[in-house]
Write a protein that binds this ligand. Structure first.
Ligand SMILES: CC(C)(COP(=O)(O)OP(=O)(O)OC[C@H]1O[C@@H](n2cnc3c(N)ncnc32)[C@H](O)[C@@H]1OP(=O)(O)O)[C@@H](O)C(=O)NCCC(=O)NCCS
Length: 140
């Protein structure tokens, strides 16, 4: 797959850097690697940034269509989460998320560590599905 960190691939309709965060010791599992649940949580937040922009308001995560862990994340890794719109429906927004991790101070260690697809639903103040504006477009 193409590298989302390449600025040439970085338009609003393509991969966007949503989160950069250092993986901390508090986020490890029993074996000392970063807990998958922490990565899933970060990925959900990263994907929601696209959904919130598109929905122009509140969204709820309705489904995780795919989540693949490709390589472990280690304590101290600079973790980068990229997100891009996959598709929009009447009320739903599917977002693809890629997670990359890099040890310090070795940029050559950059690894593609996870890939996911989340589905969000635009909701109103009462938490009920809300129609997306058509055509749905990203605004910043
Ligand atoms: C999200 C929620 C408001 C949706 O309400 P709902 O009555 O189930 O909505 P619908 O069945 O009409 O589905 C709404 C949209 O989600 C899509 N959807 C529902 N389940 C889906 C699934 N498993 N996979 C993919 N899309 C799904 C539907 O296709 C529909 O899309 P469309 O309007 O673009 O055609 C409701 O399910 C809810 O509150 N869930 C809990 C959300 C939550 O707490 N998330 C975690 C914290 S954010």
């Amino acid at each position: 797959m193409k590298d989302p960190a390449n600025p040439e691939n970085g338009s609003l309709d393509d991969w966007q850097l949503a989160i950069r965060v250092v993986a901390m010791p508090a986020d490890t599992n029993a074996y000392g690697d970063i807990f998958g649940g922490w990565i899933m949580s970060q990925a959900d937040i990263a994907g929601s940034t696209i959904a919130i922009q598109l929905a122009q308001g509140r969204v709820a995560t309705v489904a995780v269509k795919e989540f693949r862990f490709l390589a472990p994340v280690l304590v101290g890794d600079l973790t980068e989460l990229f997100a891009r719109l996959e598709r929009t429906g009447n009320t739903s927004i599917s977002v693809e998320v890629d997670v990359w991790a890099q040890g310090e101070p070795d940029p050559g260690s950059r690894r593609h560590v996870a890939h996911a697809v989340f589905v969000y639903v635009a909701v109103d103040a009462d938490g009920r599905p809300r129609q997306l504006a058509q055509p749905a477009t990203i605004t910043t």
